[in-house]
Design a protein around this ligand. Sequence first.
Ligand code: SF4
Ligand code: SF4
Length: 170
Amino acid sequence: MSAEHVCLRCGACCAYYRVSFYWAEADPAVTGTVPLSLTEKLNEFRRVMAGTNGKSPRCVALKGQIGSCVHCTIYEERPSPCREFRVAWEDGLPSPECDKARLAWGLPVLQPYALLPPEQIIEHRLEQVDPVQNLKTRRSQPDDVSIGMVDEPEQSPAEENDAGESAAYS
Ligand code: SF4
Ligand code: SF4
């Protein structure tokens, strides 16, 4: 699953942060791409995406429902902060900013495997519930009275699925 697909089911950062950038990014006279009508002046040097400079920010260019199905209506023309914002685990690294926005919207933070292709996510989950591995683990715990039995995982695959898949920027 690509970062783009994950973000299309999230959008939390577009409705959490103030998106400010150098004014020239919205000035076609100097090759700016951001539609000027969707921006507001912040100060002498910077503009913001309209809707993001208040107590309940939400970029006017964001359409859809946060955490479900969203898209940026100016994706190809979006400003630099949006291009540079990192979705968690995109390069194998965490993103505290992504996590913060998702948590603020009641969404679970992305797990490290969230951006893997679907078949690899399934493999990962199977490893998590591998009975042979579970058995080996239990045999290494001599005080465990259920040795030799394969327990159900503490968290069901479906629950794990929720946590990983409700995962979706830039
Ligand atoms: S990615 Fe698009 S919708 Fe999100 S903050 Fe940037 S311009 Fe707005
Ligand atoms: S970068 Fe993170 S917070 Fe932003 S839309 Fe993607 S998953 Fe959501």
